[in-house]
Design a binder for this molecule. Structure first.
Ligand code: ADP
Ligand code: MG
Length: 145
């Protein structure tokens, strides 16, 4: 287990590369604003809880890093909230408590294999977050203020 850590801020526009089209929308936070937290945490896939103070608290699985498949030049913070929303929430305050680490970043030989791995990550996150060790953070007031 890792030491849980917190980040929060407004949801920004990402590259719009069609993660939504793949069924994997990610509510990006500004990596620049969290540079000091990011040096302490390696790139990779994490899970935890996401709070949108006007909407609720949701499970999330998150990529932090360079997204080798897409050859990004800048690091990104990209949580996928495991909930079906009927509308976008760009600009809204998003609070994250990151409680677990799944795997380092990896490259993939096809988009299909990348998407399949992300769905595996999602299942790992869904199940882990039901464990008392991780579910206890769901009620943290940081998520809802
Ligand atoms: P971008 O490149 O701008 O981040 P995405 O294709 O990753 O675009 O879509 C992300 C946006 O979709 C989020 O900023 C949010 O407003 C919206 N969204 C809708 N449902 C979700 C979800 N379940 N998880 C994360 N973002 C979502
Ligand atoms: Mg995104």
């Amino acid at each position: 287990p890792i030491d849980p850590w917190h980040i929060g801020g407004p949801v920004i526009k990402g590259f719009g590369r069609g993660s939504k089209v793949l069924g994997i929308p990610t509510a990006n936070l500004s990596a620049k604003d969290y540079a000091s937290e990011l040096v302490e945490h390696p790139s990779g896939v994490y899970f935890g809880w996401a709070g949108l103070p006007t909407r609720g608290v949701y499970k999330m699985v998150m990529s932090i890093g360079w997204n080798p498949f897409f050859d990004n030049k800048e690091k990104t913070i990209e949580p996928w909230l495991l909930h079906d929303f009927t509308e976008d929430f760009y600009g809204e305050e998003l609070r994250l408590i990151i409680v677990g680490y799944i795997r380092p970043e990896a490259n993939f030989t096809s988009l299909e294999s990348l998407v399949a791995k992300i769905h595996e990550d999602r299942e790992v996150a869904e199940r882990a977050l039901d464990l008392p060790l991780y579910s206890k953070f769901k009620g943290d007031t940081y998520l809802t203020k």
